[in-house]
Design a protein around this ligand. Structure first.
Ligand code: NDP
Ligand code: 2IT
Length: 444
């Protein structure tokens, strides 16, 4: 049995009931096989065994009081996965589905994503099963303050720097930062995605969606093509989806569909993004409302049907495993040519196989959505340098990083004889730097 297979088998045995973690580890480790085989010293050093074991897992109770005066209790998590190349860095997810398996899959992905950015950031992830949906601002604040009252002792500007993810946007980061500052008496870059008035960076809000479109644009460009005139389907209608839509439209694409967790809208004339922003960013409402406001648009209950809409480019930007094998087959049948993953692990393993076999250009999450965390690292640089860069400056750096990621993964895939397989390319290119740093640090 190969070294990779032994590590995977043991991981499944010793981390039972963690299907998302198994899925991410399987994708990563199997694609690292050619590189690991070229480095027999890794097995002697138990490098993969250490790579898949988080350096630290923190789990804690989060009690808070709701608007009825009733005490509520949620679970809090922070997985500090790997600090070989920099302080732990990665988002916080607040969603009722959050559990240890999901946070560990996200943390493992984050290690390689952060390495791919070329910036000095390690991998971590955290969150809670708290559901911000339908809560008042006061309830969200009470929750965030309680969450930070435990988390503060584990994080720091040079230790671990959380940010947003599903359910954690500007409002939540503000409450979390306020409580950290109060407890620690330190105004430092301990969180990213901060408001512009207290140390945030221009273009961080747009960065994940813009970055996704920049890397997809580069993949198109390398094939003599562009976004101009393309039909695009984007899942989700949150932070990543909205700014992917904005950038794709600005490059001449027609985005025809988006969704939230209740259902999807189809607008054959092209999505009016100002309406989506008003519904989702301003009113925190449901996407269903779009069809009431825009003539010619149609709303359908349920999410999966969105992938039956014919498109040239699909950008899944909501959550893990939103594209299964069946949806991938329909997308291929309808002629999809490019899939760029804005969400983390939105395609199941067998969906990826369908895309790759059909010759679809498949840009995996850890490369395609790295623009968010890359810009977080630019926010950290501005914080430590006491600087504030213009939107154009940050956006230009972001674009440059995304173009570099594309070529690094493309070259890594070619180097090992798997041209065009960006899953392998991204995993190998990301792992190279982490492996080198871990080897240099000795047995730690
Ligand atoms: P938001 O909370 O802003 O938006 C999430 C969107 O996805 C919402 O439209 C939400 O619908 C939908 N969604 C969430 N869960 C489900 C579900 N189980 N089924 C169907 N729809 C769902 O999050 P983000 O836009 O920040 O994150 C989206 C994805 O991008 C996540 O996978 C995240 O990990 C990833 N990502 C985010 C980055 C960032 O910088 N924010 C960086 C890199 C990756 P509803 O409103 O109904 O809940
Ligand atoms: O998945 C991700 O990369 C994020 N949610 C962003 C993490 C960050 O630290 O900006």
């Amino acid at each position: 049995m190969s070294y990779v297979q032994k590590v995977l088998d043991n991981l499944k045995k010793t981390n039972p009931n963690e299907p998302e973690f198994h899925q991410a580890a399987t994708e990563i480790l199997t694609s690292l096989e050619p590189m690991v085989n070229a480095h027999p010293e890794y097995e002697q050093a138990a490098l993969l065994e250490r790579f898949v074991e988080p350096e630290r897992v923190v789990m804690f109770r989060v009690p808070w009081v709701d608007d009825n005066g009733k005490v509520q209790v949620n679970k809090g998590y922070r997985v500090q996965f790997n600090s070989a190349i920099g302080p732990y860095k990665g988002g916080l997810r607040f969603h009722p589905s959050v559990n240890l398996s999901i946070i560990k899959f996200l943390g493992l992905e984050q290690i390689l994503k952060n390495s791919l950015t070329g910036l000095p950031i390690g991998g971590g992830k955290g969150g809670s099963d708290f559901n911000p949906k339908g809560k008042s601002d006061r309830e969200v604040m009470a929750f965030c303050q309680s969450f930070m009252t435990e988390l503060y002792r584990h994080i720091g500007a040079d230790t671990d720097v959380p940010a947003g993810d599903i359910g954690v946007g500007g409002r939540e980061i503000g409450f979390l930062f306020g409580q950290y500052k109060r407890i620690r008496d330190e105004h430092v870059g301990v969180l990213t995605g901060r408001g512009l008035s207290y140390g945030g960076s221009l273009a961080r809000k747009e960065a994940t969606g813009y970055g996704l479109v920049y890397i997809t644009e580069e993949a198109l460009k390398m094939r003599g093509d562009s976004f101009e005139g393309k039909t695009v389907v984007i899942s989700g209608s949150g932070n990543v989806a909205i700014y992917a839509c904005e950038k794709a439209q600005s490059l001449g694409a027609k985005v025809v569909a988006m969704y939230d967790s209740n259902g999807y809208i189809y607008d054959p004339a092209g999505i009016q993004l100002d309406v989506v922003k008003d519904i989702k960013e301003v009113k925190r409402g449901r996407i269903k409302e779009y069809a009431d406001r825009v003539k010619g648009a149609k709303y359908t209950e349920g999410c999966q049907g969105i992938w039956t809409i014919p498109c040239d480019i699909a950008l899944p930007c909501a959550t893990q495993n939103e594209i299964n094998k069946e949806s991938a087959e329909i997308l291929v049948k309808n002629g999809v040519k490019f899939v760029g993953e804005g969400a983390n692990m939105p395609s199941t393993l067998d969906a990826i196989e369908v895309f790759q076999k059909a010759g679809v250009v498949f840009l995996p999450a850890k490369a395609a959505n790295a623009g968010g965390v890359a810009t977080s690292a630019l926010e950290m640089a501005q914080s430590s340098g006491r600087l504030f860069w213009s939107f154009e400056e940050v956006d230009a750096k972001l674009k440059n990083i995304m173009v570099n990621i594309y070529h690094n993964m493309d070259n890594a895939a070619k180097k090992y004889g798997f041209e065009g397989n960006y899953v392998m390319g991204a995993n190998i290119a990301g792992f190279e730097k982490v492996a080198e740093a871990m080897m240099a640090h000795g047995v730690v």
